[in-house]
Design a protein around this ligand. Structure first.
Ligand SMILES: Nc1ncnc2c1ncn2[C@@H]1O[C@H](COP(=O)(O)OP(=O)(O)O)[C@@H](O)[C@H]1O
Ligand SMILES: [Mg+2]
Length: 248
């Protein structure tokens, strides 16, 4: 059965999209069948993955205008359910619709048997898109930047998420907190990483700052195709190994 993992943090710029893309590609190097879902109206994951803008997107799925099979793009390393900026306008429409939190789950249920892993990149807010992602997922990864302000944000996030998880998906498993942008040159970065390890029982292997990772999207290729000997590739491979072990 597919493991369905949401990557979520209400803070922007913490590496949700980079992690979705790179963990997805890492899992595909282990011959796993992967679907990435872009639930962010900003469409960064779609931009990272595709040359052209998509014809159909997750909006048609949420609005129940098209079958999910028709909206999925088949790419080299993974399949992608893309996003478009129209999703922003769609939020209002969706908010007055019936069963609005479970639209994605209903659609994913139809195709999940085709995949080993489905990763959902969430927007940096508790919007209807995030609620759909939470309702669909079996697991949650919280990317957390290794800087001081992140610690408070993380505790707040875990507190705020309790109620929607209880109502939408009480079985949802916290797979782990993913320390990102670990910067060996900054003392505070290492200290925050230590704090994360000391205060949370589930912490995934850390992702170091790596300039190669910030270039994802230029060539529309993953960190593994761009430079598999980079620290970024090595770190995300370690995370993928933990996820694979966890799903045995
Ligand atoms: N480990 C890393 N090293 C260097 N740059 C990174 C790393 N992770 C992410 N970035 C960069 O940080 C910015 C924000 O990352 P992104 O994945 O888009 O975050 P989010 O989806 O949480 O907003 C992007 O410019 C990205 O290239
Ligand atoms: Mg993002």
């Amino acid at each position: 059965m597919a493991k369905i993992i949401s990557l979520l943090n209400f803070k922007g710029g913490v590496g949700k999209t980079t992690s979705t893309h790179s963990i997805g590609s890492a899992l595909s190097t282990f011959e796993k069948k992967v679907l990435l879902v872009d639930m962010d109206p900003q469409g960064t994951l779609t931009f990272f993955s595709m040359e052209d803008s998509p014809n159909l997107s997750v909006w048609e799925v949420l609005a129940e205008k098209k079958d999910i099979e028709n909206c999925v793009e088949k790419l080299e390393e993974f399949d992608l359910l893309p996003s478009t900026i129209e999703l922003t306008l769609a939020e209002l429409e969706l908010n007055s619709s019936y069963n609005k939190e479970f639209r994605l789950k209903k659609a994913i249920d139809k195709i999940k048997d085709k995949y080993d892993f489905i990763l959902i990149d969430c927007p940096p807010s508790l919007s209807i898109f995030t609620l759909n992602a939470l309702a669909t997922s079996t697991d949650l990864i919280i990317p957390c930047e290794c800087e001081l302000a992140s610690m408070e944000g993380l505790n707040l996030l875990l507190k705020v998420l309790k109620s929607p998880i209880k109502h939408l998906n009480p079985e949802l498993n916290l797979l782990g907190i993913l320390p990102t942008k670990l910067d060996g040159r900054k003392k505070i970065s290492g200290e925050v990483h230590e704090m994360l390890l000391n205060t949370h029982s589930k912490v995934l292997p850390a992702i170091r700052i790596n300039s190669k990772l910030s270039e994802i999207g230029i060539e529309k290729i993953s960190i593994f195709k761009a430079d598999k000997s980079s620290n970024g590739a090595k770190d995300y491979l370690n995370v993928a190994k933990v996820i694979l072990n966890d799903s045995k």
